[in-house]
Design a protein around this ligand. Structure first.
Ligand SMILES: [Zn+2]
Length: 343
């Protein structure tokens, strides 16, 4: 798994990848944030302008609150349907530049409902923008609708029903995001049952700010089929064995983990341990706008931090497709091209 001294390094930005953990507002280009804020006279905090990317730590609730506040400020610059269209197109373009072939972008429509006429209207807009961006860039795209665990579980049920309505029409999964330390996971079980009946992928966040105990709750109470992060499963070998046996994939976002203080540095992100245990891992960027690193950057930083050889990078890329809802022709073409990259 470790790179040999003197081994030739292949270009990681042309390695085909599926991107399974990218939040809507968090995907925005920094330049677009500045431009839209300027257009509407929105004052941005220094940490989003000259001190970008911001220094964050979610080690305590105050730190997470600060992260959320920056996220809310960034969301506030999206004011018109054209802004949304631009965001989705640029996210697609950026993934294509990083070797992306498939993107499952995650959005909580309730955060945009007031400005865009309701959650259904906003979802229609997003799906239209996704179709448009996919056509223009050639990137395969789908949407994960995510509920917010700091809001009432009834809101999550409403979003699960919304996601279910769009199952097979651009929406492929249902998630649960925001601070893992808030809200009770079991209270969201009924929302996940609604999504499950619609054959949506169940992809809650867990195992990032909280450890193995919360990963278990996500598996037992929500029936998680893929975990947003799940990286801290590495702390519990028995749990990790269970995850491997169940085929639950982990959406590991290394730069996000370090930015939020989950790990002190990139070498501490336990990717080698997860891989050694046989876990399916799909690397993701989470929120490039706040963490300053996009899709290929996750592969490049893990290669550098852990001396990963190219066969391991190719395996990571392959696993990202295996864990996705990409159509079979996308997976087959990627599989061929990953093998060609490594040959
Ligand atoms: Zn996330």
């Amino acid at each position: 798994m470790r790179r040999m001294v003197g081994e030739r390094l292949r270009d990681v930005s042309v390695l085909p990848k599926a991107h399974l953990h990218l939040h809507f507002t968090g995907s925005m280009r920094h330049g677009t944030l500045l431009e839209l804020a300027e257009r509407d006279g929105i004052a941005l905090p220094d940490s989003l302008v000259e001190d970008w990317p911001p220094q964050l730590s979610a080690a305590d609730e105050k730190g997470w609150f600060r992260f959320q506040r920056l996220y809310d400020v960034a969301r506030s610059v999206l004011r018109t349907p054209d802004d949304v269209r631009r965001l989705v197109l640029e996210a697609a373009e950026d993934d294509v530049r990083d070797g992306g072939r498939w993107l499952e972008i995650q959005v909580d429509p309730s955060g945009y409902a007031a400005r865009f006429g309701g959650i259904t209207e906003f979802t229609d807009l997003v799906l239209d923008c996704v179709r448009d961006a996919s056509e223009r860039t050639g990137l395969g795209m789908a949407v994960v609708i995510a509920a917010n665990r700091t809001r009432h579980p009834l809101d999550a049920r409403t979003l699960a029903r919304l996601a279910a309505q769009y199952a097979g029409r651009g929406v492929v999964g249902f998630g649960l995001s925001n601070d893992e330390r808030r809200g009770r996971t079991e209270d969201f079980a009924s929302a996940f049952r609604i999504a499950e009946r619609a054959d949506l992928l169940l992809v809650p966040h867990g195992g990032e700010l909280r450890g193995p105990d919360h990963v278990r709750e996500c598996l037992d109470d929500l029936g998680a089929q893929r975990l947003g992060h799940g990286v801290r499963s590495a702390e519990d070998p028995a749990l990790l064995d269970r995850i491997v046996a169940a085929g639950v994939a982990l959406e590991v976002c290394p730069v996000s983990n370090v930015s939020l203080g989950v790990y002190s540095d990139l070498t501490s992100v336990p990717l080698p341990q997860l891989l050694a245990a046989g876990a399916t891992v799909a690397l993701g960027a989470d929120d490039p706008l706040l963490f300053g690193s996009r899709l290929a950057g996750q592969y490049a930083t893990m290669r550098a931090a852990h001396d990963l050889d190219d066969a391991t990078l190719a395996r990571l890329a392959q696993m990202s497709f295996d864990a996705s809802r990409a159509p079979s022709h996308v997976v087959e073409a990627a599989t061929r091209d990953i093998a060609a990259w490594l040959a």
